[in-house]
Design a protein around this ligand. Structure first.
Ligand SMILES: [Zn+2]
Length: 169
C-alpha cells in the first residue's frame, strides 16, 4: 500500500509507488515506506570499520537530501526539525553507500565522519557507547551499564556551546 503521508511532487517523482510485494522486495526502484508520522528508521555505520554509530530517523525530505547531497540528513523527533549532521559540529557524515532493507521500511547509511570522527553529541564516537552488563547483577537490582568507550573524542561544551541538549527526559 502507498503510505498516506503527505508527499511533495518531488517525493512522488523520486519515490516509486508500492504496488506489490514482489516489486517492493525484488524491484529496481526505491519505494520507501514511511510510518504513519512520515518517518523511516535509519542505522548509520562507519563505512570502514562497520561500527554502528547511530540509530536515527529520516523523513522523506531528509532521505532525498541525503541521496542528492551525499551527506547524512536526519529528522530530530526531540527537536522536531530536519537537520544535516555536522551542520553545527562540523562532524559531517559523508555517505559512501545507502542500503534499503527488504520491505523498504528501514535505511542503512554507511558513512565516513569528518573532523574527530565522532557521531554522538555527547562526545563519543558512537551513540551506542554503553552496553548492558550481562555478566553480573541479580534479578532484584537495577540493570547496570558498562562504558565501552572510555574517552570522548571531542568536548561537547566547546563544540555546541549553549545550544540546547537534544536529549529529552
Ligand atoms: Zn549520540
Amino acid at each position: 500500500m502507498q503510505s498516506d503521508n503527505p508527499t511533495t511532487p518531488q517525493e512522488r517523482t523520486r519515490f516509486s509507488r508500492r504496488t506489490s510485494v514482489e516489486q517492493v522486495e525484488e524491484g529496481q526502484f526505491l519505494a520507501p515506506k514511511f510510518d504513519r508520522n512520515g518517518f523511516i528508521p535509519v542505522v548509520t555505520t562507519d563505512a570502514d570499520t562497520g561500527e554502528v554509530l547511530m540509530v536515527a530517523t529520516m523523513d522523506a525530505e531528509a532521505l532525498l537530501r541525503t541521496v542528492d547531497t551525499r551527506q547524512a540528513h536526519y529528522w530530530s523527533r526531540s527537536r522536531n526539525v530536519r537537520w544535516r549532521k555536522g551542520a553545527s559540529s562540523g562532524l559531517i557524515q559523508d555517505v559512501v553507500e545507502i542500503r534499503i532493507d527488504d520491505d523498504q521500511d528501514a535505511v542503512w547509511l554507511r558513512v565516513r565522519v569528518r573532523g574527530s570522527g565522532a557521531s554522538c553529541h555527547v562526545g563519543y564516537r558512537s551513540c551506542l557507547y554503553r552496553s548492558i552488563k550481562l555478566d553480573e547483577g541479580s534479578p532484584a537490582n537495577a540493570i547496570e551499564l558498562r562504558f565501552e568507550e572510555t574517552e570522548k573524542t571531542f568536548d561537547p561544551g566547546a563544540v555546541y556551546g549553549n545550544a540546547p541538549n537534544p536529549t529529552r527526559l
